[in-house]
Each structure stands twice: as C-alpha cells, then as structure tokens.
Design a binder for this molecule. Sequence first.
Ligand code: SKM
Length: 171
Amino acid sequence: MKNIVLIGFMGTGKTSTGRLLAHRLGRTFIDTDQKIEFDNNITVAEMFSIHGEQHFRQKESETIARISRYTDVVIATGGGVVLRPENLIRLKTNGVIIALTASLEVILERTSRRNCRPLLNRPDKEAVVSKLLKERADLYNKADLSIDTSDSTPQQVCDHIIAFLRQGGYL
Ligand code: SKM
C-alpha cells in the first residue's frame, strides 16, 4: 500500500488530520518535524536559531529520504518540504500526495496558538505568511489532491481523503 503524504503550509491541519487519518486506517503516523526533533534531540526552533535554516532543510531531506522507503504509513510533512524538489520526488515514489490549504486569515489564527514556528516568530508575520504562500503555491499544487481545510474539521478532511483514496484504488 502506498504511503499517504500530507503537504501544505503551517496551520493547514497536516498534523491533526494525519494523526486522525492514521488512526482511522490503522496505520502508523509519522510527523517529519517531530521525527527530526526526536532523531536530533533538538527542537526545530532551536535548530533554526543555533544552526540556521539550511541545516534544518538538510536534516529534513535526510529524514524524507529515509521515510520514503517505508510503505503503508501516513506522513505529515513540514510546511517547507516542497522547497527542495528531490523531497517531493522521493515522497511520490511510494506515496499519494495530498495538499492541505487554508485561507490567510485561518492560517494566521491557527498559527497564533503555539509559538514553535521559527519562520513566523516575528512582528510582520502576516506579510511573511502572505509572501511565503505566494512563493509556494505552485509547489503545493503538485499534489494529487488539494483540500481547503479553512471551514472543515479534521474529521471532515479525513472523510474527503478516504473517499478520494477509495475512488483512486489506493485503499
Ligand atoms: O518544518 C517546520 C519549520 O518551522 C519550517 C516550516 C516552513 O518552512 O514552512 C514549517 C514547519 O513545519
């Protein structure tokens, strides 16, 4: 069975949807940010501030290379995973890629709840999110399916994903 891979910007619901989806399908759930933190014994925020973004991107690519060999798992990726084309190529070899999207307002609201996202930890957050969303839109569009989660619960997003997977013969 192919992996189910969730991509998308911060605050689009990848972790909560992925965890629920894995539970409903009886699969293992992997969140790449959490895996990077566990494997390297450091938080993503600390990694950014001590070693810089490129160091994090390298660790992220190494993690993607490893977990792309798995099968049958649900993977929630970091928001910037699409920045390196090789990551998506690897994830696609064994996986169906689902992009989660949300409006700027919803992203700002959801990402205000926790302060663990180094790229957004700044006063001009709205401008930064808006700019990054524009820069990355085409990259997230490379997914097999795109779902706007702005007005949906994780349960509803899971229903949508499961219907799509059944229809495509992935389940
Ligand atoms: O992977 C983390 C990290 O904070 C970078 C990021 C991004 O570039 O959008 C998203 C987070 O999931």
